[in-house]
Design a protein around this ligand. Structure first.
Ligand code: CUA
Length: 158
């Protein structure tokens, strides 16, 4: 009788520990697998070119928003579209980017812009370019044989 009760306690303890363990694993997997941190919007990676705003890569003036321009980039192995773009000095710009194939990086040297582009997700970053000059964009996620060839340039002009 005494032993029986103790076994029961251990059994309950064992099951509880298992439930807690599985919950932790499940919750972590959910958060890791669900969304990359800087990505809020989803997109069909097969139809990037047909979907707004990716049907018009480059700098587009917008009205009635908290930013003046949208700077749209489409990444694919092993390039960015556009390969070079001019931005007026002092412009408040929302950078919007995605990838058509594998994971690419989007790191703009000399700025805080450092995004991971994942297929199916849209990455965004709003910033003001308040220093004239050339800003090199490089891919900092290994994406294949041409990884080191991937680059673009933002030229901030007066
Ligand atoms: Cu794209 Cu590395």
């Amino acid at each position: 009788m005494h032993m029986h009760k103790l076994e029961k306690i251990w059994l309950i303890f064992g099951i509880s520990a298992l439930v807690v363990f599985l919950t932790v694993i499940g919750v972590s997997a959910f958060y890791l697998g669900n969304k990359p941190p800087s990505c809020l919007t989803t997109i069909d990676p097969e139809k990037v070119d047909q979907q707004k705003p990716f049907d018009k890569p480059g700098l587009n003036k917008v009205e009635g928003k908290a930013w003046d321009y949208e700077l749209v980039f489409v990444a694919s192995a092993f390039s960015y579209n556009p390969g070079k773009v001019e931005v007026p000095l002092g412009a408040k710009v929302k950078v919007i980017a995605t990838t058509k194939d594998v994971i690419h990086g989007f790191n703009v040297a000399g700025t805080n812009i450092n995004m991971m582009l994942e297929p199916g997700y849209v990455s965004e970053y709003t910033t003001t370019f308040d220093k004239a000059g050339e800003y090199l964009i490089v891919c900092n996620e290994y994406c294949g044989a041409g990884h080191h060839l991937m680059s673009s340039m933002i030229e901030v002009v007066k």
